[in-house]
Each structure stands twice: as structure tokens, then as C-alpha cells.
Ligand binder design. Sequence first.
Ligand SMILES: [Zn+2]
Length: 45
Amino acid sequence: MNQLYHVVCRDCATESLRRSEEDAARVADDHAETADHEVAVARVH
Ligand SMILES: [Zn+2]
């Protein structure tokens, strides 16, 4: 099991790869809240 989640902001250059959905969601929520940007999470594997 080697899952990867790609967190990418639609409003700036912020992006990040995370190993867990929970972690990806937290990073996405945190950026969306602090920067007021729209952030997408895509499962890579
Ligand atoms: Zn952003």
C-alpha cells in the first residue's frame, strides 16, 4: 500500500505531496483557510 495524495492550490503555486488522505486534507484545509484559496486534493496512487 503506497498511496500518494497531491494537494494543489488553484489560486497560487502552492502544492504538496502527502502520504495520507488525512494529512492531505489537513494541509488543504489549512491553506484554504489561511490564504482563502481554492485547494484541490487528487489521489495519485
Ligand atoms: Zn493558494
